[in-house]
Design a protein around this ligand. Structure first.
Ligand code: GAR
Length: 196
């Protein structure tokens, strides 16, 4: 069984989907700790409700220590809106995954987080958007892509409406990837990711 750490900055609906999938037995893993760089993140409250250790921490070195203390096999960035240093990404190479609410390489990288991603997609006029789960390397949103799924973008959409539509598939995609990861069914060769 894999040891999982989840990092959040906000509401934590993606965290909740992982908690539920672990509790139902869909994911063969254990969430040992949830860490947030924001003290008021609702995600910390969700963790506590499920008897998971919840830590507010902004210092990256301390976050690394906390993750190491739990013998962590997988670090999930579930709406963690702080860019990680290369020290962090090298410490947990190929063990960190991130969920991003667009089809990378569109509307991603520095400055594209939360609603800003959806505003970007709407302003550009794209007809499809979606969600991406990828490994995290030392740059923002550039690591190997594990899975993507699309949703339509309607001409009348507001950023909030698009965000809602994308969130539904985020929750599904993230738990599918975490399940495969915990079963050792994900393999990376250069930028190409193979899922058995
Ligand atoms: C999600 O849409 C996630 O993809 C996004 O933040 C939201 C967090 O929602 N992440 C990024 O934009 C990362 N660049 P949640 O707290 O309800 O899971």
């Amino acid at each position: 069984m894999k040891n999982i750490a989840v990092l959040v900055s906000g509401g934590g609906t993606n965290l909740q989907s992982i908690i539920d999938a672990v509790e139902s037995g869909y994911i063969d893993g254990k969430i040992n700790v949830v860490i947030s760089n924001r003290e008021d993140a609702y995600g910390l409250y969700r963790a506590k409700k499920h008897n998971i250790k919840a830590v507010f921490e902004n210092d990256e070195n301390k976050i690394i220590e906390e993750i190491k203390n739990h013998n962590t096999d997988l670090v999930i960035l579930a709406g963690f809106l702080k860019i990680l240093s290369s020290k962090f990404t090298r410490t947990f190479e190929n063990k960190i995954i991130n969920i991003h609410p667009s089809l990378i390489p569109a509307f991603c990288g520095k400055g594209y987080y939360g609603l800003k991603v959806h505003e970007g997609a709407i302003d550009y006029g794209v007809k499809v958007s979606g969600a991406t789960v990828h490994f995290v390397d030392e740059n923002a949103d550039t690591g190997p892509i594990i899975a993507q799924e699309t949703v339509p973008v309607l001409p009348t959409d507001t950023a909030e409406e698009l965000q809602k539509r994308v969130l539904v598939i985020e929750h599904k995609l993230l738990k599918e990837v975490v399940k495969k990861y915990c079963e050792d069914k994900i393999r990376v060769e250069k930028r190409r990711v193979f899922i058995d």
